[in-house]
Design a binder for this molecule. Sequence first.
Ligand SMILES: Cc1cc2nc3c(=O)[nH]c(=O)nc-3n(C[C@H](O)[C@H](O)[C@H](O)COP(=O)(O)OP(=O)(O)OC[C@H]3O[C@@H](n4cnc5c(N)ncnc54)[C@H](O)[C@@H]3O)c2cc1C
Length: 414
Amino acid sequence: MDATLQRCDVAIVGGGLVGASLALALRGTGLSIAVIEAFAPESSAQPSFDERTTALGNGSRRVFEALGVWQQLAPEASQIRRIHISDAGRFGFARLEARDFDQDALGYVVANRVLGRELWAALRAQSDVSLRMPARVTQVTLDAEEARLAVEDASGRYTLGAKLVVAADGAQSLVRQAAGIAVTRDDYAQTAIVAAVRTDQADDGTAYERFTQAGPMALLPIRTPQVGHWRTLVWAAKPEEAAALLALEASQFLARWQQAFGWRAGRALQLGHRVAYPLSLVRAGAGIAQRAVLLGNASQALHPVAGQGFNLGLRDAAELAELLAAAARTREDVGGEALLGTFNAHRDVDRNGVVRFTDTLVRTFSDERAGIASLRDLGLLLFDLLPPAKRALSRVSFGFGGHSPRLTRGLPLQ
Ligand SMILES: Cc1cc2nc3c(=O)[nH]c(=O)nc-3n(C[C@H](O)[C@H](O)[C@H](O)COP(=O)(O)OP(=O)(O)OC[C@H]3O[C@@H](n4cnc5c(N)ncnc54)[C@H](O)[C@@H]3O)c2cc1C
């Protein structure tokens, strides 16, 4: 008998973007929920709520509306009213306009720190989710009866028993390893540099996606209390080029960026802090195990080129929350095979579609063979001319098909 044993229905390992969203969705379901997170959301060491900004699709906006946090996020969210896609040094470009789809915006950009602040403020304001933070899960064992987690915090070590353990612990997931789930890892041989850039031109709601020889680059509108016209830059380059770019003085970096990006967003004036992220596609070989389920980056970590990773992870969370809420109502086993099998079946199409779409985009636009580059131009041109192709892309923000969770349709869980 373990004297330190505590129990809950669902233990969520990781209270980053996906884990915190899931915990919030499970409020009021009658289930006892524990979130174990290693870092406070406001800590500079927090890996999820860091310097980045996240482009949220309209599906994600609806989820946050249903969770009651959009009202707090909206004043700090920048609208993406158009997306401009171009290929550096070539003629092809395409444009997507929100008004062509009768939408206010194609998406919204929110700073990760703002997402962390608001998700955790909402979690701290309620009582039916037990927040264990800072605390770290150091070991997980799974059997037919329950999942057992060894948790360490400032006061020592204890054991947490749960009917279901949710791996929301990111790309290096300990839960995934403990469940014996292997991963495939495709290194893109690219590093993303993320930084804020100030120019002399005001934001008009345009998000730029530019494919350069070194790798894809995105420039996104952001709202910031700082004076001047700031945007977020995500610039993926080969690792050695990224290292050279990171070593440049700010003014030299901006000159190189201006050369690669052009003048569409105005003249570069100031550069914020630069942070680097090595990029690879990490995919778990399975999405579930005995009394365990993988969500977000623990299941699939993607190239950020299309801004899909968190949007996909949030749909994972929305689906799982819906199934758990229904199981709580009917007193079904929340960690049982039936529920986990349904989760897997419902998430398969969307997950595979997003992974394929993102991976194809990166590989097509990193291919420098002359014929491929011309086909790309043609593709962008056709895309610009063909309304059905644009409509298809604008729907991506609601998922790539398969079962569509209630929260992404703006409906309550039950
Ligand atoms: C440069 C860049 C730009 C991006 N831009 C976008 C975008 O615009 N739109 C978009 O949709 N996606 C974007 N993404 C992807 C997005 O950031 C990820 O999909 C998202 O962070 C996944 O969230 P997560 O909660 O699954 O994992 P993580 O963010 O990795 O969070 C994992 C959490 O688990 C905690 N943890 C880990 N292990 C333990 C443990 N043993 N015990 C306790 N806690 C633990 C960590 O502290 C962390 O808080 C981008 C990614 C990158 C790299």
